[in-house]
Design a protein around this ligand. Structure first.
Ligand code: FAD
Length: 461
């Protein structure tokens, strides 16, 4: 193909491959739901090389799918014949400024490496996801990732000064500022946050750093109901030190204990629900005192049935591992229809009751596993196939099950995508359910920046 030959001639060795064995791992996503194909994977080392690729693709009529760590959960990074542009070789932290509290990193730096660079400078970059060893900051920005610290620090959008991006017309937009105030027109960097690669390729970002807390106090509570989880959140929130509030059901914990080696139940008895809580404090003594005070108050009010306060880093890590392995453990539960929804926090219990009823009516004996970021009203509502059922037959019901869940989400004024994005998976749901004015504006922005639909053409819109 002419455009592909031009790409090969224009790029330095090591910046592209057509070897399908090398490309293969990047064509399957983590859940084995989407399988892609591409004639070539390009791997630019800089914004300028990315610009060269974009110009050749535009002149040759080729389309591009950007990809970072390939941990996205809505199929947005999987090409179907388009050029696969991997950002993983753009992997330098360009600068850290501890006066402005800004870190400039290239798009392919993994989230874990950004956290480490911040930590080495005596600062904290608070974004934290179970995929952080693999996902890239470019992917985090493009999906507006959430994770476990949103309750205190917000989503990725709240952690960014600005981005550098290569536009579909080949120009480089430079928004790498560290200004906290800049009211000079539309906030253009924001357009790229959550854009899922549909408006251009983010090549670098200027990120906000925060003070490092002296101590992170972790605790896990056993609860009788989802209602108690909501009440406990309110109780714990009375302190602005609350930095994580995750909730897991017993059925999910059982899967982790059964399938992930080295895990153990912190409680002697089984309970219906568990909350995993972090407080950020100045030191360990203060952390212990706060946790003791909050949790004894919660016991008195009968919000919790039992609690474990982590007394060491090892114990704190072991508690977090139970939550972090929850997605992986569900792979052993057969096929699942997975949704990442958000609703007003006070309506979570109602959502869970109604959603369970709806999916069980559609698919008797299916097994709902609802867990996640309760502190943000964000539930990963996963419905596992009935035991012994045929995987493909069950997965064929994906749309029916999703529709039943989304109808309830809409009814409760929620959103069908909390943090994973739209991708391919929810494109038609967005078109069907979003406010028509919103859809018109989204399409107008896309048309203005990418009139030839060159960037991630099958995603979102
Ligand atoms: C075990 C596990 C746990 C997870 N936990 C969470 C969680 O708690 N919270 C959460 O929000 N997500 C979570 N995710 C989802 C995923 O990790 C995030 O969506 C992450 O931000 C994706 O980053 P990535 O680099 O892997 O992006 P990719 O998967 O490579 O790409 C995701 C999307 O971004 C686009 N893209 C990637 N890089 C660029 C770029 N430089 N410029 C333009 N577009 C780009 C792609 O085209 C695609 O549409 C989890 C995933 C797994 C597997």
């Amino acid at each position: 193909m002419a455009g592909i030959d031009t790409l090969k001639q224009a790029l330095p060795p090591g910046s592209w491959t057509e070897d399908q064995d090398v490309i293969a791992p990047w064509l399957t996503e983590w859940r084995d739901k989407y399988f892609g194909q591409t004639p070539i994977m390009v791997m630019p080392k800089s914004a300028q090389e990315t610009q060269k690729i974009v110009n050749i693709c535009r002149e040759s009529g080729l389309k591009i799918v950007p990809q970072g760590g390939n941990t996205g959960l809505v199929g947005g990074q999987t090409p179907q014949g388009e050029i696969l542009l991997s950002t993983r070789r753009m992997n330098n932290v360009r600068s850290v400024n501890i006066v402005t509290n800004a870190l400039i990193a290239e798009a392919g730096v993994t989230l874990a490496n950004i956290q480490e660079a911040a930590d080495n400078a005596g600062r904290k970059f608070p974004l934290s996801l179970a995929s952080e060893g693999t996902c890239t900051i470019g992917g985090n920005l493009s999906t507006n990732a959430g994770g476990v610290h949103v309750v205190k620090y917000g989503t990725t959008k709240d952690l960014v000064f600005g981005v550098e991006a290569v536009l579909p017309n080949g120009e480089i937009y430079n928004g790498l500022t560290d200004l906290r105030k800049d009211n000079t027109g539309y906030d253009l960097s924001r357009l790229f946050l959550g854009a899922e690669g549909t408006l251009g390729i983010i090549t670098a970002a200027s990120l906000k750093l925060f003070s490092k807390p002296g101590h992170i106090q972790r605790a896990m509570c056993a609860l009788a109901s989802a209602e108690d989880a909501v009440r406990l959140l309110d109780h714990c929130r009375q302190s602005d030190r609350l930095a994580m509030f995750e909730v897991m059901p017993r059925v999910g914990l059982d899967l982790v204990l059964r399938h992930i080696p080295g895990q153990s139940d912190p409680f002697r008895k089984a309970y219906h629900w568990y909350a995993l809580i972090d407080w950020e404090t100045e030191n360990e003594a203060q952390g212990n005192e706060l946790a003791e005070q909050k949790l004894s108050g919660a016991l008195e009010k009968e919000l919790i049935a039992d609690a474990v306060i982590a007394k060491s880093e090892a114990q704190a890590s072991a508690l977090l591992a139970l939550r972090e392995h929850m997605s992986a453990a569900q792979k052993h539960n057969g096929a699942s229809v997975k949704q990442d929804i958000t609703i007003p926090i006070d309506r979570i219990p109602e959502f869970l009751t109604r959603a369970d009823q709806a999916v069980l009516k559609l698919e008797p004996n299916c097994r709902p596993v609802a867990f996640g970021h309760f502190g943000d009203g964000n539930i990963h509502y996963n419905v596992a196939q009935p035991e012994g059922a045929d995987r493909e037959v069950f997965l064929a019901r994906w749309n029916d099950i999703s529709k039943a869940v989304f109808d309830i989400v809409d009814d409760l004024d929620g959103s069908i995508s909390a943090e994973h994005g739209i991708g391919i998976m929810k494109r038609s749901d967005l078109a069907e359910r979003a406010d028509p004015v919103k859809m018109t504006l989204l399409r107008a922005v896309k048309q203005a920046i990418d009139p030839d639909n060159m960037m991630n053409p099958r995603v979102m819109l």
